[in-house]
Design a protein around this ligand. Structure first.
Ligand SMILES: *Cc1c(COP(=O)(O)O)cnc(C)c1O
Length: 396
């Protein structure tokens, strides 16, 4: 039987712990590299953990069911997932990618994939005429929505129509909204990727990544790649992500509620010049996001009046850590220009609007009053001109 979302987060599609001889409520961690065979040609279905491991398999089943795919593969990080996915393309292939993506994806495309003979058109998929960039050798469109960090909303159905017309794959990085709020495969995408480090894991304690597909053919290619390149998720880490997913619906709701309160505060704060959040009525992305997602998520990007104020806030929050990453129970503040997007060429970064006055906030599940009070005291303690010693932190 097919369960509803929150039930699947806890059990996947297992009925009554079927197949668990001990009755363990928590899925066991099969900390084993290899598996014994009864005889030649006989197998339990598990041969070697690079290919498959029961804990990883359980996690993959849960994620596939949440994203409505026929298969999901769990990797050691989001970047390991995207790197493995790029192996389905050949030298000479061309991809259209959004220009405003997670900085690590742009670094992978520009430095590793290009070296392997794949070419790219990095464009603004929410504003430009995507169709006009399709070439004879174009094989895929790669997007995020909302984009990281500028929160542009890309119309997944529209991208899917273009992809189908030219026989391209549509790949959607669904990290920001998670399957709780958005299911790209249902909107016409062929492949979904996730940094499971973020909302799926949800506790800022484990790296992981996923590729999900609804195509048997793509699944077979990816299974060959994961066993060959060996970047599958370890059993212990698979278990941590399984545990994290159990509370995904609760965390998504609470962090979105906090994000909405923080957005209200930021919109009324005179030293904040612009707030980027798809849930703000009247913005470009609002209507599209409403049509393709069940929520707006908990990621907020905002621009303050100066670089000095941005650095001051990062240094003077008392509760909210200044740290890379997102999607966990802890609210985090990130400085994209020196952290997540430091390796994006400066002209591209500025064209995307990622100036040195831009901050990104991932709302966690704390009490919103504490978060707002912390941001307020950090902004209000700023005295223009008095902060020459501050800098934007380290890049990771
Ligand atoms: C973090 C992130 C990634 C990379 O994932 P890792 O788990 O850090 O390797 C990819 N895409 C998006 C949108 C991300 O936020």
């Amino acid at each position: 039987m097919e369960f509803q979302f929150a039930t699947k987060c806890i059990y996947g599609n297992r009925e009554k712990l079927a197949g668990e001889p001990t009755g363990a409520i928590s899925f066991p961690i099969y900390q084993t590299a290899t598996y014994a065979h009864q005889g030649v040609g006989e197998s339990t279905g598990f041969d070697y953990s690079r290919l498959q491991n029961p804990t990883r398999q359980q996690l993959e089943k849960v994620v596939a069911s949440l994203e409505k795919g026929c298969d999901a593969l769990a990797f050691s990080s989001g970047m390991a997932a995207i790197t493995a996915l790029m192996e389905i393309f050949k030298p000479g292939d061309h991809l259209i990618t959004d220009a405003d993506l997670y900085g690590g994806s742009i670094r992978l495309f520009n430095n590793i994939s290009e070296k392997n003979g794949i070419t790219f058109s990095h464009i603004n998929c929410s504003r430009e005429n995507v169709e006009s960039f399709v070439q004879k050798n174009t094989k895929a469109i790669f997007i995020e929505t909302p984009t990281n960090p500028m929160m542009n909303v890309v119309d997944i159905r529209k991208m899917s129509e273009i992809a189908k017309k030219y026989n391209l794959l549509l790949i959607v990085d669904n990290t920001f909204l998670s399957p709780y709020f958005q299911n790209p495969l249902e909107l016409g995408a062929d492949i979904v990727v996730h940094s499971g480090t973020k909302f799926l894991g949800g506790h800022n304690d484990t790296l992981s990544g996923f590729v999900v597909t609804n195509s048997q053919e793509i699944s077979e290619k990816l299974r060959f790649i994961i066993k060959t390149v060996g970047s599958g998720l370890a059993p212990m880490d698979s278990w941590l992500i399984l545990r994290g997913i159990k509370t995904l619906p609760l965390r998504m709701e609470k962090s979105q509620e906090n994000a909405k309160a923080i957005v209200e505060f930021l919109l009324n704060e005179p030293r904040v010049k612009k707030v980027y959040y798809p849930g703000i009525k009247g913005t470009d992305g609002y209507e599209i996001c409403r049509k393709q997602a069940r929520g707006f998520g908990s990621m907020i990007t905002f621009e303050v009046e100066s670089k000095e104020l941005a650095c001051h806030i990062l240094k003077h929050t008392r509760l909210i850590p200044f740290a890379e990453s997102l999607g966990g129970v802890e609210t985090l503040l990130t400085y994209p220009c020196t952290q997540t997007h430091a390796d994006v060429p400066e002209d591209v970064r500025l064209a995307n609007g990622i100036t040195d006055s831009v901050l990104r906030l991932s709302a966690g599940i704390e009490d919103k009053e504490d978060l707002i009070a912390d941001l307020r005291q950090a902004v209000n303690s700023y005295k223009p001109g008095a902060a020459a010693d501050e800098n934007g932190g380290q890049h990771g």
